[in-house]
Design a protein around this ligand. Structure first.
Ligand code: CUV
Ligand code: SF4
Length: 623
């Protein structure tokens, strides 16, 4: 059997599926990664530049070759510009996703989105009130229209400050104003980053990095926050519910449909279609026991959070899920969808469908979703998946699914605590819980699959640190069995007692990547209760296996919001010690938090624990 499988993943389903893929001669992301190594050293250090056509240029890190690009840019400028553009791309991805939801909200208001509606009218009212919209006596659709309009205003250049930054502690907002990183418009900050990094504009590596923080804040307190809030309004605010995870959620006797990507606009309509009695009858007439909808990556997290839909896997599992031969249709929207998937699927009967006007993939059939046609198109596609069930060859589903609990929105957490954060704060104050840490982000073949997430999470909960997770990290932790009430057993004595009393797991699934804003909001609520800033709290963030530009933006808005953040894989910045020093040390004096990089999750856990204990001391908690 494949000798590398155990080096590539810590998961049982991943290992067995890697062996199956090898047998089927399916090339995976790990094979392609191996083919790319050793990767370019200049690029790894951030020292190559292709921003203009006098280049491409590269700086010799050993000082023997050129120290400047053709234009005269040095290592500091080139590294800072490259990092700035990563933040811009990540912020753009999250924020454009947010805009798509606002467009659906507007279409719902106009009655032009059949099948969509307002699932949480109370939240609609609350958010509209924050935007200064009169809600009394107005029907939900009118409020939705006004809110969509006001949110579109956040994307442009008409604001001095984004609307939802008012949710941040007053001290934090004052600091953003003082340092000149208060985000003004969502698109504006990304656009300005592209401008500043054009040849011959911003050549101050410090000012570039400060703008990168502002750009990231426009994501965290803007685009992503809008994405999460509008998703809750349209599809419901998550409440704790049970689900199952890993490749074993696929069913040999049912039509299996997988949604992959990020936008619930598509996956929610698929869910409705999969639940239609007439289509279920059709599936039964074709010899299937039913229709099984499951998710991959973040759109899967969206469905898991709101409806308890099963989760087939995270980023590095996406090819391997197809290799089961049991997927009758996979639908993708955008972000983190490997362009290899169409080729993988061509070895099986799986129908691959791309759905977004802005995302095409080789080997997929393009069937575009818009608010007006989504309901009907979803029904047509599910019927086609049902037809495809009969074309299956042999299937291989080698594991049983693991049970898990999801749905921990801030509203749900506060609800579980009896409406206020006080019980949680009391537990932090008396030391039963030492603090809280976000474990978020992707998989990356540079780190053994899920090893970073699971190892770090286990160490944190053993040491009485509550873990809040999202994205692919959340899927890894669910598969590891950390998200059932009984997982309190893995926690230290204090956290275990708190979890047992509340009936919650020690690791709380807070959603998709845009839902990282839920962590920001929880931190803000805690800071407000204590009358302090987020940077004073015994909290930390981490991205043990990150790969995506979106993760760079998330990391940067966490830090700019005052959360110490530990990255697993090293970002491409080591070509400039000035940039490294500013990000890891200097930012502490600017925003009260900084980055650390530690690929070994055991050591990352020690860094986080040390940080949390020092914050406790500063707050006088263990005096
Ligand atoms: Ni948005 S961004 S690999 S699917 S968490 Fe997963 Fe999550 Fe990273 Fe992508
Ligand atoms: Fe080279 Fe400067 Fe152009 Fe970059 S911007 S490619 S360093 S000349």
């Amino acid at each position: 059997m494949l000798k590398d499988a155990e080096k590539r993943t810590v998961t049982e389903d991943g290992r067995l599926m890697l062996e199956k893929a090898e047998k089927d001669r399916i090339e995976t992301v790990w094979d392609r990664y191996a083919a790319q190594t050793p990767q370019c050293g200049y690029c790894e250090m951030g020292l190559s530049c292709r921003i203009c056509n006098m280049g491409p240029c590269r700086i010799d890190p050993f000082g023997e070759g050129p120290r400047q690009g053709v234009c005269g840019a040095d290592a500091d400028i080139i590294v800072a510009r490259n990092l700035g553009r990563m933040v811009a791309a990540g912020a753009a991805a999250h924020s454009d996703h947010g805009r798509d939801l606002v467009e659906v909200l507007a279409a719902v208001a106009e009655g032009k989105a059949p099948g969509y509606g307002i699932a949480d009218p109370d939240k609609l009212k609350r958010v509209a009130a924050e935007y200064g919209i009169e809600t009394e006596g107005k029907p939900p659709h009118a409020v939705a229209g006004a809110l969509a309009d006001a949110m579109m205003g956040d994307f442009g250049s008409r604001r001095k400050e984004l609307s939802m930054v008012r949710r941040a502690p007053a001290k934090r907002r004052e600091l953003w104003r003082k340092t000149g990183i208060m985000p003004r418009g969502i698109d504006r900050e990304t656009s300005e980053m592209m401008h500043r990094t054009h040849m011959g504009v911003d050549n101050g590596w410090q000012s570039l990095l400060l703008h990168a923080l502002r750009n990231a804040l426009s994501d965290g307190w803007g685009g992503s926050m809008i994405a999460t809030e509008v998703s809750d309004i349209l599809f419901g605010t998550p409440k704790p519910s049970a689900n199952t995870v890993n490749v074993g959620v696929l069913k040999a006797d049912q039509v299996n449909i997988i949604v992959h990507g990020h936008n619930p606009v598509v996956s929610e309509m698929l869910l409705q279609a999969c639940q239609s009695p007439d289509i279920i009858d059709l599936a039964k007439a074709k010899g299937a026991a039913g229709i099984n909808l499951a998710g991959l990556c973040c759109t899967g997290n969206e469905l898991l959070m709101r409806h308890g839909i099963p989760m087939a896997g995270n980023h590095l599992m996406t090819e391997l899920v197809i290799a089961t031969g049991a997927v009758d249709m996979m639908l993708v929207d955008y972000q983190c969808i490997m362009p290899s998937l169409g080729k993988t699927a061509s070895c099986y009967h799986t129908l691959m469908i791309s759905t977004s006007d802005k995302a095409r993939f080789p080997g997929m059939t393009h069937r575009e979703f818009h608010p007006e046609n989504a309901r009907d198109l979803a029904r047509d596609l599910v019927k086609e998946a049902v037809e495809n069930f009969g074309r299956r060859g042999r299937v291989y589903i080698p594991v049983e699914p693991v049970p898990s609990l999801g749905g921990f929105s801030v509203e749900a957490i506060l609800g579980a605590l009896g409406g206020t954060p006080d019980p949680l704060l009391d537990a932090v104050k008396d030391g039963r819980i030492r603090g809280a840490a976000g474990v978020v982000g992707c998989n990356n073949p540079k780190i053994k699959h899920d090893y970073g997430h699971i190892t770090l999470t286990r160490q944190l909960i053993e040491n009485d640190i509550l873990v809040l997770d999202t994205g692919c990290a959340a899927i890894a932790n669910a598969k590891a069995g950390f998200k059932v009430a009984e997982a309190a057993e893995y926690a230290g004595p204090g956290l275990k007692a708190v979890c047992s009393a509340l009936g919650i797991p020690p690791v709380l699934h807070m959603g998709s990547c845009v839902d990282n804003v839920r962590i920001l909001l929880l931190a803000s609520a805690l800071a407000d209760s204590l009358g302090c800033d987020i940077s004073d709290l015994p909290v930390a963030g981490s991205a043990p296996e990150w790969y995506s530009e979106k993760a760079v933006s998330i990391g940067a808005y966490f830090v700019a919001s005052g959360v110490y953040t530990v990255l697993g894989p090293m970002p491409p910045i080591t070509g400039s010690m000035n940039v490294v020093k500013l990000l890891t040390e200097g930012l502490n004096d600017v925003v009260g938090a900084g980055f650390a990089v530690e690929p070994d999750p055991e050591k990352a856990g020690i860094l986080i624990r040390r940080h949390i204990e020092s914050k406790r001391k500063q707050l006088g908690l263990d005096a």
